[in-house]
Write a protein that binds this ligand. Structure first.
Ligand SMILES: [Cu+2]
Length: 370
């Protein structure tokens, strides 16, 4: 993960300065937070920038986050309390700013154009800036201005055409991951097609085959292109749904870990999007990993019932509260939202989710409204 860390050097340095500044304020700052810890307090309102999560940022060597002693100089109980309060203030500010506003929203369902009974989707790949968390703009490659690209939904047996315009300054191609297309539609340059050169347009067409939660992504210079955002959900609905698929909320959760850091649907906490359901509703989560690492996704408060792997029904649904999603995998789970409250929902590789400055990266929440 050296690349994401490098891009965040400035953020880490800024957070460190802020942290030290908070520490210098000592008990006064801590007392202020404690005294007005309600939703509207000034610390929280001012804090999102200060709390900018420092992905991978390690504690300053002079800053003892564990509450112990540094070298030969034991700290007074007041100093220990002040340091704890300063750390807690960062954590609290991050949580209170969730869901934080950022520019751009990816993973939005795309409406096709119908031409002679064919569902036509147009994708344009282009470079742009993308705000992953408040104030953090990264270099992105986006389909139609979105990271992840727009969701494509079709039904099993439908004729589908995908028209891809390449506005990048490098060649690209689109692979339909998990979709059992004819060989010449598989989107791998020099194996099944020539690369789509800068400025060119290329058309894919096939009949939607095996149903399930699939993906589309670049298959050219993919570590860079997919890491920067050339990816999206490609969902083929079955001709006939199983009873267990009748849900109230259907949510696509795409995780990634390239040059944008640890993201859920293109954003890092606190800019991630909460999933909202009402008490008693059924939620389907379609996990998709477009990154290069495994991410064990863990839901608090309720279990998940796993129904599909890579779009294929499991021999029998099975239960868990943590599902390991490896690169390229899709797992579909059902959650019976029977426990009201706001529940943390995060990757359980903890350096992908929580550090001394608070939660960041692959963290969101399931909100079950009473
Ligand atoms: Cu992870």
């Amino acid at each position: 993960m050296s690349a994401p860390h490098d891009t965040q050097t400035e953020t880490v340095a800024a957070s460190r300065r802020d942290f030290l500044r908070f520490s210098a304020l000592g008990l006064a700052a801590g007392a202020a937070v404690a005294a007005c810890g309600g939703p509207g307090n000034a610390e929280s309102a001012a804090a999102p920038a200060a709390a900018a999560p420092a992905a991978g940022g390690m504690p300053h060597p002079d800053t003892n986050h564990t509450g112990g002693t540094i070298g030969a100089h034991p700290r007074t109980p007041q100093q220990v309390r002040a340091a704890a309060d300063a750390m807690d203030a960062h954590h609290e500010a991050g949580i209170k700013s969730f869901p934080a506003k950022t520019q751009g929203k990816g993973n939005q369902k795309m409406e096709p154009r119908i031409e002679n009974g064919v569902k036509v989707f147009e994708l344009t790949a282009a470079a742009q800036k993308w705000e992953t968390e408040p104030g953090k703009f990264v270099d992105a490659f986006a389909y139609n201005g979105q990271v992840p690209g727009p969701q494509i939904w079709v039904k099993e047996g439908e004729r589908v055409r995908i028209v891809v315009k390449n506005n990048l300054e490098q060649s690209t191609a689109v692979h339909f991951h998990g979709v059992e297309v004819p060989n010449d539609q598989d989107g791998v340059p020099f194996i099944t097609q020539p690369p789509i050169k800068p400025g060119e347009t290329y058309t894919y067409e096939f009949t939607a085959p095996n149903p399930g939660s699939h993906m589309y992504h670049s298959h050219h210079n993919a570590a860079e292109q997919v890491g920067k955002g050339l990816l999206g959900a490609f969902i083929i609905e079955p001709r006939e749904k199983r009873a267990i698929e009748n849900v109230d909320v259907d949510y696509v959760m795409i995780i990634n870990d390239g040059s944008h850091g640890y993201t859920i649907n293109g954003k890092g906490f606190p800019a991630t999007e909460p999933i909202v359901a009402k008490l008693g509703q059924k939620l389907r989560v379609r996990f998709m990993n477009e990154g290069m690492m495994i991410h064990p996704m863990h839901l608090h408060g309720m279990h998940m019932t796993v129904i599909d792997k890579d779009g294929w029904p499991q021999p029998q649904p099975w239960k868990c509260d943590t599902i390991n999603v490896a690169p390229g995998e899709r797992w579909d789970v059902i959650v019976n939202c029977n426990n009201p409250g706001t529940w943390a929902f995060h990757c359980h590789i903890l350096p992908h989710a929580e550090m001394p400055n608070g939660m960041f990266g692959m963290v969101t929440a399931l909100v079950v409204q009473p």
